[in-house]
Write a protein that binds this ligand. Structure first.
Ligand code: ADP
Ligand code: MG
Ligand code: MG
Ligand code: MG
Ligand code: MG
Ligand code: MG
Length: 671
């Protein structure tokens, strides 16, 4: 999240009157941003990641361990980390760490304060992992200073989904289902509103999406089928809440809920309560930003698959591996009419809609408008204004991108922020922009970002699909992989042609949801057959192993080796790094790339694969696809063990022998 506006958020029935006002002024703000910043050039490749942690209780009472739960009482930690000094605990900002609010009251987002590459120290490859680890440590140290009931401890886990989210007793709130004042925002049968961030923006967002849509959100995720798996999601009747909340379960909802073979979820929190790993890169200028955005487009579904970490939802084993379509459904504010008529084909949380193309007619670009071959509605009024204004007339490809974002209504408007100065403020633009959640985000700067003002960020591209991983080692590895790809793209823009038709990228995004999409030899993605010095948009269907390793267009041979050679880090192949033991940075890089190689080839499991099997083999598992409280406890014990790198055998099982040994020895060095 960016900074939160303070003030009074308007309920949908009031705020909708200002929708057109927000769009009209948002467009003007955007035009002034372009006027100010279009001439920026030579911005350095600053970059940074975002980690979304979950706060989990790890409690003991009378020497007995209690069940793990999501903590909704520890959200004081955000303000404390950002602005309160605690003796003996280093100040987060002094450590180049900063924390942000997230949708869940049990969530804590953390980023580097100053981006990587902005100083010599922050440019070191091993610094990324160090910074990530610090973010976890500082928060856990602060959390441990508060003694709730003499027995409560809160830990940070970087997991995509809490396995029993939405089941009985999954949070530490007494009297969760008091019908008189509960769940006004979400009206959920499963998620108490206590899981929502206390800042007024978030419950309002939840309620306004539901009100605009005209009903509750409904997500149906395929259930993993085992021999005793029930046909229907029986958590609905099993719940006492159905009596209490009967009024929130009208007939049309029950049709959605009782869909044979599917898990039913009914609240924004099921999606926005998932955690992800995002990375943002600054481009040298506007044109390169557009090129970078377009070129990363088909890497997004591939990386979603490779980082698969969501094999459970609401206490069920699911038959998919990733969180993406759950979040997409969780914030889908379209009315039935908009959806059924096809007027608005997609949720506002979805895969990228349009390539940005190039605005320079005289410069070679591989973009061809035919590549935008999907049905993408635009706001025609916005489109015309962006083309026709005198302040900064856009070219049609850029205008089309923004005119698509502007088909959406603003979801939350703050009363105090309705009237703005379009030449200096950006709230209305950001209101639309920041609630268009896509696989990539093209991030324009502000009107302050004139060519000579390098104190503020320039044009940036955010890579948003990755699922968060348990260890800082893995999160650093995947972030650095994308960094190297970006570096390669920006180093060879004249000869790197990553375009394939948009419709193929959309299909890849669906493929990435399939169970074991990374490992299965039968699941294939559209992937370019050649990247360099080609005018062709040809792709073939390839397995993940081929996408990473095939000699003509594999990410390792073609992209990674090329950039590492260019940087004179290797002669030919990244595996040479193994011998470079004199330099700990290069050793770290070797193991990051080794992790990616072993995951992509299926030699070691993804999180989703490993932990689905963990449940399937659990002695208490009843072959009914259900995750009981004690299975949940054992899952989380295992998460904690891997996160802390504390058991060599488990590390070897999860990461394979060589990475397992390396990580275990690193942990020993730390102590
Ligand atoms: P959002 O939630 O809007 O995506 P955040 O501020 O949470 O944004 O995260 C943005 C990331 O971008 C952080 O890791 C931050 O360190 C990084 N960052 C900050 N400044 C720049 C910059 N000039 N260029 C690239 N990345 C930057
Ligand atoms: Mg976030
Ligand atoms: Mg953020
Ligand atoms: Mg955000
Ligand atoms: Mg999130
Ligand atoms: Mg982000």
């Amino acid at each position: 999240m960016g900074l939160l506006s303070l003030g009074t958020p308007l309920e949908w029935e009031v705020s909708r009157k200002y929708n057109e006002h927000v769009r009209d002024n948002g467009v003007e703000q955007l035009i002034y941003i372009f006027k100010a910043a279009h001439g920026r050039n030579n911005d350095p490749l600053y970059w940074g990641d975002e980690l979304e942690f979950m706060l989990v209780t790890n409690n003991h009472k009378d020497n007995k361990k209690e069940h793990y739960k999501l903590s909704v009482e520890a959200d004081w930690i955000l303000e404390s980390l950002e602005s309160t000094e605690t003796p003996g605990i280093p100040n987060a900002h002094d450590q180049n760490v900063t924390y942000h609010p997230e949708y869940g009251r049990f969530m804590l987002e953390a980023t580097p304060l100053s981006p990587y590459n902005s100083t010599k120290e922050y440019s070191k490859i091993s610094y990324v992992e160090k910074n990530m680890e610090l973010r976890r440590q500082l928060a856990e140290e602060k959390l441990s200073t508060k003694d709730y009931n003499h027995h409560e401890k809160v830990i940070l886990l970087s997991i995509a989904v809490f396995p029993r989210m939405g089941c009985d007793n999954f949070i530490n709130v007494p009297n969760q289902w008091d019908p008189l004042h509960k769940n006004k925002a979400s009206q959920s049968l499963f998620l108490p509103d206590e899981i929502i961030n206390r800042h007024v923006r978030f419950p309002t967002l939840t309620a306004n999406i539901r009100t605009r849509r005209g009903e509750k959100v409904a997500m149906n995720v395929p259930m993993y089928k085992d021999i005793h798996t029930p046909l229907l999601d029986d958590s609905i009747e099993n719940s006492a809440r159905i009596q209490t909340f009967g009024k929130w379960f009208p007939k049309h909802d029950s049709e959605k809920a009782y869909k044979p073979g599917f898990i039913y979820m009914d609240a924004m929190g099921f999606g926005m309560g998932c955690s992800c790993l995002q990375v943002t890169f600054q481009a040298p200028n506007l044109e390169m930003g557009r090129y970078l955005y377009d070129s990363l487009n088909n890497f997004a579904p591939i990386m979603l698959s490779l980082t698969s970490a969501s094999p459970f939802f609401k206490g069920w084993l699911s038959d998919q591996d990733v969180r993406w379509n759950v979040i997409s459904g969780a914030v889908d504010d379209r009315t039935a009419e908009e959806k059924d008529s096809g007027k608005v084909p997609k949720s506002r949380y979805s895969v990228v809609d349009l390539y940005l193309g190039s605005g320079l007619n005289n410069k070679a670009s591989y973009f061809d408008e035919k590549l935008n071959d999907t049905n993408v509605p635009i706001n025609k009024k916005v489109y015309q204004r962006l083309l026709d204004n005198e302040i900064y007339p856009m070219d049609k490809h850029l205008a089309r991108h923004f005119a698509h974002l502007f088909i959406r209504d603003p979801i939350v408007i703050f009363e105090e922020r309705i009237n703005q100065d379009n030449e200096t403020e950006t709230d209305h633009f950001e209101n639309i922009q920041s609630t268009n959640w896509q696989s990539l985000r093209f991030k324009p700067p502000t009107q302050k970002a004139t060519p000579d003002n390098k104190q503020v960020p320039g044009w940036r591209v955010e890579f948003r699909t990755m699922e968060i991983q348990l260890t800082s080692f893995e999160n650093a590895a995947f972030s650095i992989l994308i960094y190297l790809i970006v570096e390669c793209l920006l180093t060879f823009p004249d000869i790197f042609n990553a375009y394939i038709p948009m419709s193929n990228v959309w299909q890849n995004m669906e493929t990435a949801h399939k169970r074991d999409s990374t490992i299965s030899p039968n699941i294939k993605f559209h992937w370019k057959t050649q990247f360099f010095n080609t005018n062709s948009y040809d792709s073939e269907k390839m397995t993940m192993k081929e996408i990473f390793n095939n000699p003509k267009s594999g990410i390792f041979p073609v992209v990674i080796n090329r950039i590492l050679k260019h940087k004179k880090i290797i002669d030919n192949d990244w595996k040479e790094l193994k011998a470079r033991t004199e330099d700990s940075d290069l050793t770290a890089l070797y193991f990051y790339l080794l992790l990616v190689e072993k995951r992509s080839s299926g030699e070691i499991p993804t999180f989703a694969h490993y932990f689905r099997n963990f449940v399937l083999r659990h002695p208490e598992y009843k072959h009914d696809s259900k995750i009981s409280e004690s299975i949940n406890d054992d899952l989380i014990d295992r998460y904690v063990s891997i996160t802390n790198l504390d058991n060599e055998n488990i590390l070897k099982e999860y990461f394979g022998d060589s990475i397992g040994e390396y990580l275990y020895s690193k942990r020993e060095n730390k102590i």
